[in-house]
Design a protein around this ligand. Structure first.
Ligand SMILES: Cc1ncc(C[n+]2csc(CCOP(=O)(O)OP(=O)(O)O)c2C)c(N)n1
Ligand SMILES: [Mg+2]
Length: 409
């Protein structure tokens, strides 16, 4: 039996639980990578979470700017490159870099610290372009993507060495080519921003219930310049936050896709970063998978602002079912008995109150703005706040009176 004197409690420094590896890449491989990059006609950089962990975003920017290189990111937890940078061409929208609208004629790809976790049969970096893989996670290298240059390294050190090697190879001619490429990429990224800015002209902009894009936009207008956004808001597109790892807004995306993580993650992030505003964006379906940490927020006085995108549905799975089985019985009969969560309705503000967290239901942009004001006031008092925002359902095959099988007990 243990006695009272046999136990101790200690706090271990974070640096000892998440140590930097401080591995430098092989210099011969660095030279090969540098040569490939300076000779490339259209190089592309994929960024990833090892940049966030090593705080190396400034070095990634430097490398991209030296070469006039387009930058993208495959699915990760964090946003590892400033989204407003002219060389940023957006996130990979499909399972491979081929899905990018621009650039199309890529001949060299460099990965800097992205896990590149495959969820389909096609390699994320297709066969064809030469591939340089810079990361510490050597286990994931060279097993799916054909790899020309493996650079096993702490990415901050790897970027330092690569930048130095490229600086030694740059000529006036190469600098001129890099500048021309930068202009071409900038033209694309500027064009791509135009439709994004027109989002406010959507004819449904002022609708009640809100369209998800309006809700996201309003929260983005409201968020602090260095807010941390926890994103578990299902099918809603993330936009308008302009994430920036260099002291701007930060993202924690639910990378694993396991629902119910958002509220707990937010509580943990707020404990770790008490000085930054923490906003949790969560779908109604996701929220009910794991609201428990609301209680911890109430108990520990963690001023997190939770926004529930309440479309009264598992909208994503519903649309996938209908599109994967368009001739199925539900479509044939018009009787959709899955994915509707609105009958009986769930009031997320009432659920929050049950955990000791104040909140309210909003239906319109006007109500939302007032509610965000109250959320900010709650934060000032050190209290969490939840907004249950009524959001329109998207996609086909919805009916507000979905069919339920007759069950009597
Ligand atoms: C633990 C777990 N169970 C089930 C799923 C499958 N799943 C993926 S999305 C989803 C519905 C999410 O609903 P909501 O958060 O309301 O977002 P919406 O699709 O309505 O935008 C479900 C059930 C999952 N990802 N994780
Ligand atoms: Mg939903």
């Amino acid at each position: 039996m243990l006695g009272a004197g046999d136990c101790g409690l200690g706090i271990v420094a974070q640096s000892q639980m998440d140590p930097r590896m401080r591995v430098r890449p092989n210099p011969t491989e660095v030279e090969r990578a540098a040569k490939l990059l300076v000779e490339a006609k259209m190089p592309l950089m994929i960024v990833g979470d090892e940049i966030y962990k090593t705080k190396a975003a400034d070095k990634a920017i430097q490398l991209a700017e030296m070469l006039g290189m387009a930058v993208t990111q495959f699915r990760q937890i964090h946003a590892n490159f400033p989204e407003t940078h002219p060389l940023w061409v957006g996130y990979v929208p499909g399972g491979s870099t081929n899905a990018l609208a621009f650039p199309k004629n890529v001949d060299v790809v460099i990965n800097v610290g992205n896990k590149l976790q495959h969820a389909g049969v096609n390699p994320i970096v297709p066969r064809g372009p030469k591939f340089i893989d810079l990361r510490i996670d050597y286990n994931s290298m060279g097993n799916i993507i054909a790899t020309e240059v493996p650079l096993v390294a702490d990415v901050a050190y790897g970027l330092d060495d690569l930048i130095a090697a490229i600086a030694g190879l740059m000529t006036n001619d190469l600098r001129e080519k890099a500048a021309e490429r930068s202009d071409e990429i900038r033209r694309f990224s500027q064009q791509a921003r135009i439709p994004r800015a027109q989002i406010v002209n959507n004819p449904e902009w002022d609708n009640s219930p809100l369209i998800a894009d309006r809700l996201t936009w309003e929260v983005a207008q409201f968020a602090d310049k260095d807010a941390i956004v926890i994103q578990e808001a299902g099918a809603s597109a993330m936009h308008s936050f302009d994430f920036n790892p260099l002291g701007g807004r930060e993202l924690f995306f639910y990378y694993g896709g396991h629902l119910g993580s958002g509220i707990g993650t937010s509580a943990g992030v707020k404990l770790a970063r008490p000085k930054q505003q923490v906003i949790c964006l969560v779908g109604d379906g996701s929220f009910i998978f794991g609201p428990t940490a609301l209680w911890n927020m109430a108990r520990l006085q963690l001023p997190v602002i939770v926004i529930v995108y309440n479309n009264h549905a598992y909208s994503g799975p519903h649309s996938r079912i209908v599109s994967n089985v368009p001739g199925g019985r539900m479509v044939q009969t018009g009787q959709f008995y899955t994915e509707y969560l609105g009958r009986p309705d769930m009031n997320m503000a009432s659920i929050a109150k049950g955990f000791g967290v104040d909140g309210e239901v909003v239906d319109s942009a006007r109500q939302l703005r007032a509610a965000l004001g109250r959320a900010r006031a709650a934060s000032v008092e050190g209290k969490p706040y939840l907004i249950d925002a009524q959001v329109a359902r998207r996609g086909v095959g919805w009916t507000d009176k979905p069919w339920l099988p007759a069950v009597t007990v």
